[in-house]
Write a protein that binds this ligand. Structure first.
Ligand SMILES: Nc1ncnc2c1ncn2[C@@H]1O[C@H](COP(=O)(O)OP(=O)(O)OP(=O)(O)O)[C@@H](O)[C@H]1O
Ligand SMILES: [Mg+2]
Length: 238
């Protein structure tokens, strides 16, 4: 299968001179579910923002299929990014939140309605379409955020700690709901977390980041069975 998302030698330094990402190389095939695991400050969000085009790398290349994305603006990449705080519009109802990206794309109203209805079914929110965001639980908000991200049919889905604002019990339940919805779609997905149980559950490929570098890459089994060094062993608790 053709390589789908390719990162070559990505480096990023912020204005104060601190190096945030160092020589990041990554190749993801279509349909891969990648989990990025790493402690706070290791560069996970910065890497997603670079892939999404919200931040530019100082050097290196990003390809998607045969296309080079280095100078492609975020809205032309057709990637979906779901943030930790969901970033929903509180003054809009569920339907309008999910429809937002489709209206931006100037899709016709009848098509928008159809697509939003599909998303409501996919995320089990059929009864909530006219509810306001402020009238939803944390778990329901998360599903609206996922529906909104998936509505424009992105060719890459990125989730940045999508569960971190929820309590432990809800997190466990929603992790399985989320992975179930995503695994049913043949969409390449990048799931960022600093929780190794979440990373193992959500991904069939895993990278562990530390201080801006990829420490190790492999399947969850490979990382558990053959952690490359002591740091990874401690970090994964194996
Ligand atoms: N705009 C910025 N300017 C300067 N430094 C930044 C900027 N954004 C992030 N950083 C720094 O880059 C490093 C990596 O940040 P990043 O948000 O990518 O980490 P993370 O792995 O997502 O962490 P967390 O798990 O806490 O979300 C941190 O040290 C952070 O302080
Ligand atoms: Mg982050």
């Amino acid at each position: 299968m053709e390589n789908h998302l390719v990162l070559e030698e990505i480096n990023k330094e912020f204005a104060d001179g601190s190096l945030i990402l160092k020589d990041i190389n990554l190749r993801l095939k279509q349909g891969t579910k990648l989990s990025i695991l790493g402690p706070s400050g290791s560069g996970k969000t910065t890497l997603l923002r670079i892939i999404a085009g919200l931040e530019t790398a100082d050097s290196g290349n990003i390809f998607f299929g045969k296309k080079i994305l280095n100078n492609c603006p975020p809205h032309k990449r057709n990637f979906g990014l779901m943030f930790q705080d969901f970033a929903l519009f509180p003054h809009m109802n569920v339907f309008d939140n999910i429809a937002f990206g489709l209206k931006m794309k100037r899709m016709d109203r009848s098509k928008i309605k159809l697509r939003v209805e599909q998303m409501l079914v996919l995320t089990g929110l059929e009864k909530f379409e006219s509810r306001h965001i402020t009238e939803l639980s944390g778990g329901e908000r998360q599903r609206v955020a996922l529906a909104r991200t998936l509505a424009p049919s992105p060719c890459l889905l990125m989730l940045d700690e999508p569960l971190s604002s929820l309590d432990r019990v809800l997190r466990k339940r929603l992790l399985s709901e989320l992975t179930l919805i995503i695994s049913a779609l043949n969409i390449t997905t990048i799931f960022v977390t600093h929780d190794h149980e979440e990373a193992f559950a959500a991904g069939n490929l895993l990278i562990v980041m530390n201080e801006g570098k990829i420490e190790q890459q492999g399947t969850p089994e490979q990382l558990i069975q053959t952690p490359k060094n002591k740091w990874i062993k401690n970090f994964l608790g194996v």
